[in-house]
Design a protein around this ligand. Structure first.
Ligand code: ADP
Length: 424
């Protein structure tokens, strides 16, 4: 039953990939962290192991990714996917290069394509350069990311700095010729001794062609976009039966809330829009640089507010405020402080009857989901591209979660998640 096994370097990324596969007719389950040896294999054609390894020390990220790969191999998966962000989020040390190197070695495949393009969300790759909308990655706001500032849009160069292997390019002129040309170009690069090919893509048609070209690759690396063509490969090979409504989830219930820890431009806009419509608390981590005290302030504020409309609690701040907190505490400690505060608030929300929770931010979602003890998420229908509702299966309260990568979603995302229409 399990066909595609994926390893994602953060939790929202895992959900984003799972959502893409569901839309293409696979049932998908996201596992939080590397499952135990005796954990059951979920009933799904795609299994995505969500790690929180994007900014972990490289050795830790590699070890966890290899453990996830071993579990997925044992679960019967036949092809593997290393999912990272569509903005190629990584630190100077990695972890995209080190993890991909280790997976390639473990699989003995010698080569993998790398394509973060996700045109539906404005991410395209041209001549190896990553664009966010019309802007180069390093001018898109990503250069100010609190944890993974991206200061170079040339992905051949960025990936080359993270691996001892050499990185080639399959340029758009080749991609535009379709699957056979892409396959040939990748084979040539592999024969020339390249371990990676950044593959250009500016449309879903390009991504379908890349997916088809990679049908026999043991490992594919990229954003969720490049997974769009993979289910069709399995279908063509007679391995994927038609699934009726792969996105179906139990009906939602309970109170509703939104937690935001992303400082990405899209999330800041979404908060700005939603606060005109929803009870909103903006946490000031600079004024109160203590996770527990911040959480206590939020919990006190909540009193009597959990009624019919969702509440919004946001730690998100613009670059100057983020920089001020980081100058005070250090980059990592500042991130951890806010993540811990939001995780504690999430726990309090669930204790007070919240059963539908939106979380904005990849690292933030990781912290929240881990604190809530969620082990697996079944993937439902999308709210906006890359952000589905999910349902926490297994132990714990019946909980619907939407984990939003910071830069994803339209301006009205937080209202749309709860079916609330608002004048734009
Ligand atoms: P995104 O999906 O946009 O990358 P993440 O949650 O992955 O969002 O990363 C945002 C990081 O910024 C988190 O570690 C979060 O704790 C941190 N953060 C949130 N608010 C602030 C703030 N006001 N000051 C400093 N760091 C913050």
């Amino acid at each position: 039953m399990a066909l595609l096994g994926a390893i994602a370097d953060d939790f929202t990324g895992a959900t984003d990939l799972a959502s893409m596969l569901v839309r293409q007719g696979m049932r998908a389950v996201q596992l939080i962290g590397v499952p135990g040896a005796s954990d059951p294999v979920p009933e799904a054609e795609a299994i995505i192991v969500a790690l929180k390894s994007r900014t972990a020390p490289a050795a830790e990220a590699v070890a966890e990714s290899l453990a996830a790969l071993a579990w997925l191999q044992k679960a019967g998966c036949r092809q593997f996917f290393f999912k990272y962000c569509s903005t190629f989020d990584s630190t100077a040390q990695g972890n995209i290069g080190p993890v991909a190197d280790a997976l390639i070695e473990a699989l003995g495949c010698g080569f993998a394509l790398a394509c973060p393009a996700f045109p539906a969300n404005g991410r395209s790759v041209y001549q190896g350069h990553l664009f966010v909308g019309s802007l180069l990655l390093n001018e898109s706001g990503m250069e100010n990311h609190p944890l993974t500032p991206m200061k170079d849009a040339n992905l051949v160069r960025v990936l080359s700095h993270q691996t001892e292997a050499t990185v080639g390019l399959v340029p758009f002129a080749t991609v535009a010729q379709g699957a056979a040309a892409i396959r040939k170009a990748m084979t040539q690069l592999k024969e020339q001794g390249r371990r990676y090919a950044i593959v250009d893509a500016v449309s879903n048609d390009d991504l379908y062609a890349i997916g088809e070209a990679a049908a026999h690759h043991a490992l594919i690396t990229g954003g969720s976009g490049v997974a769009i063509g993979l289910p069709e490969n399995f279908r063509r090979a007679g391995k994927l039966d038609a699934v009726t409504n792969p996105a179906s989830l139990p009906a939602p219930s309970g109170q509703t809330a939104i937690l935001a820890g992303s400082c990405s431009r899209a999330t800041l806009f979404q908060i700005g829009f939603a606060k005109n419509h929803l009870p909103t608390l903006e946490l000031d981590a600079l004024a109160t640089p203590d996770a527990h005290t911040l959480a206590a302030q939020a919990i006190a504020w909540l009193d009597g507010k959990l009624r019919t409309t969702p509440v919004l609690i946001a730690a998100s701040a613009p670059p100057d405020k983020v920089a001020a907190l980081q100058a005070k505490l250090g980059r990592e400690a500042a991130g951890v402080l806010v993540e811990e505060a939001l995780a504690e608030i999430a726990e309090a929300l669930v204790a007070r009857g919240v059963r539908q929770l939106v979380v904005a931010g990849g690292e933030t979602s990781g912290a929240v989901v881990q604190r809530l003890g969620v082990q697996r998420l079944r993937i439902g229908a999308e709210i906006d591209p890359g952000v589905p509702w999910t349902f926490a299966e297994g132990t714990g309260p019946a909980l619907h979660l939407a984990l939003k990568s910071g830069n994803f979603g339209g301006r009205d995302f937080f209202l749309k998640a709860f079916g609330m229409e608002a004048a734009q």
